[in-house]
Design a protein around this ligand. Structure first.
Ligand SMILES: C[S@@+](CC[C@H](N)C(=O)[O-])C[C@H]1O[C@@H](n2cnc3c(N)ncnc32)[C@H](O)[C@@H]1O
Length: 354
């Protein structure tokens, strides 16, 4: 059976980005943001309403959330047949402004299906116009365009709750946003994958034991999918309870950064005030009132230009380390054992502020 990694890899290779979000995952995440939606226009800009559970979720919860308007744009959509029988050559956008006939159901007749001039690309002028009118953007955008997608949200200063690849936390375009508290991880815990609905073109023969949902859709576990948001959520203000005591033996310092190594977030010592290197999963517990994020390992530009605690080896030692361990890189964190660099996983450097 293909694992999550091969599934994601196949998705990347095919460049189809066609994994759809399940309603239960949307429900599990978005119920924590209810207070943010009152009187707001929600925009789902990578969502074919025939299949988008984002659109479905907001339409069904329109009155509960007290939404003002729901808009979805369909990318290269040929036929918005959920809401109209009229086949269309154009992409369309759908506007829903709530239940009009009092039956508490979003009926097709209550949806305005309007033509787009282009193909519904979120970067197009007409989609940007819709974006400008929106208060909160909510979707699972194509992962291959994640950087551009987030940059656009930032440019137009939009609030958002979106799904993205977990690895994006280390992207050079995304990490500074996390560091500067402009974007953070949502409620769903950081690790693990997310079950997603495979698109129409997914080759079922890739799965030896395919898993199906009740509608007969193939369900694929996509590894390391996480929610990103810039809406304030209670999780972000919960202190991480620290109970370990610092000792130099238990918490060795890296050779190339004046920071101690912590392998598990739960082991961050309660009494160490210097720099600490923690795994990326720390972002799940990050409370900006408790810790400050300083940077991340692997970012040579930051290390050389900005980091005040970067302590690179001499060129001679660097050559020696490289010959002892071919995977060694000067900017990645490592501990020395008998003069041989022991490379650690990616780390985020933090320090306590209370
Ligand atoms: C990962 S899928 C998720 C679909 C849907 N948002 C969901 O969560 O179920 C990404 C969607 O973005 C659409 N897409 C790809 N490129 C796009 C673009 N440039 N502009 C808008 N949508 C795009 C794809 O067709 C696909 O339906």
């Amino acid at each position: 059976m293909p694992n999550a990694n091969t599934n994601l890899h196949a998705a990347k290779k095919a460049k189809n980005d066609e994994f759809y979000t399940r309603l239960e995952d949307i429900e599990n995440e978005l119920r924590h943001y209810k207070a943010h939606f009152k009187g707001k226009t929600v925009f789902c800009n990578c969502d074919d309403p025939r299949v988008s559970n984002f659109f479905r979720y907001f339409a069904l919860n329109f009155e509960t959330f007290g939404l003002k308007k729901l808009v979805a744009t369909c990318y290269k959509n040929q036929n918005a047949d959920l809401f109209t029988q009229n086949a269309s050559e154009q992409a369309v956008y759908i506007v829903y402004e709530g239940d009009k006939d009092g039956n508490r159901v979003p009926d097709p007749s209550e949806m305005q299906v309007l033509p787009l001039k282009g193909d519904g690309d979120f970067r197009s002028e007409e989609c940007i116009e819709l974006l400008k009118e929106a208060d909160i953007v909510c979707t699972n955008p194509p992962f291959s365009l994640f950087r551009e997608y987030v940059a656009q949200l930032m440019k137009y200063e939009k609030k958002f709750i979106i799904i993205g690849p977990g690895g994006a936390v280390s992207y050079k375009e995304i990490f500074p946003l996390i560091k500067n508290n402009k974007l953070w991880v949502g409620f769903k815990p950081f690790g693990g994958g997310m079950d997603m609905i495979a698109g129409r073109n997914y080759d079922a023969s890739k799965c030896k034991h395919p898993k199906y949902d009740s509608h007969g859709n193939i369900i694929i576990n996509v590894m390391m999918c996480i929610w990103f948001t810039n809406l304030d959520i209670p999780k972000r203000h919960e202190d991480l309870i620290l109970f370990r005591e610092y000792t130099p033996e238990a918490y060795p310092k890296y050779d190339n950064y004046d920071a101690i190594n912590v392998d598990k977030v739960a082991d961050i010592p309660k009494d160490y005030d210097g720099m600490i290197g923690v795994p990326l999963t720390f972002l799940d517990k990050y409370n900006p009132d408790q810790f400050e994020i300083m940077g991340r390992s692997g970012d040579i530009e930051w290390a050389e230009k900005e980091c005040s605690f970067y302590t690179p080896p001499t060129p001679d030692l660097a050559r020696k380390y490289r010959s002892n361990n071919k995977t060694w890189r000067i900017q990645n964190v490592y501990l020395l054992k008998n003069d041989i660099p022991q490379i650690c996983y990616s780390r985020i450097f933090i320090h306590k502020i209370k």
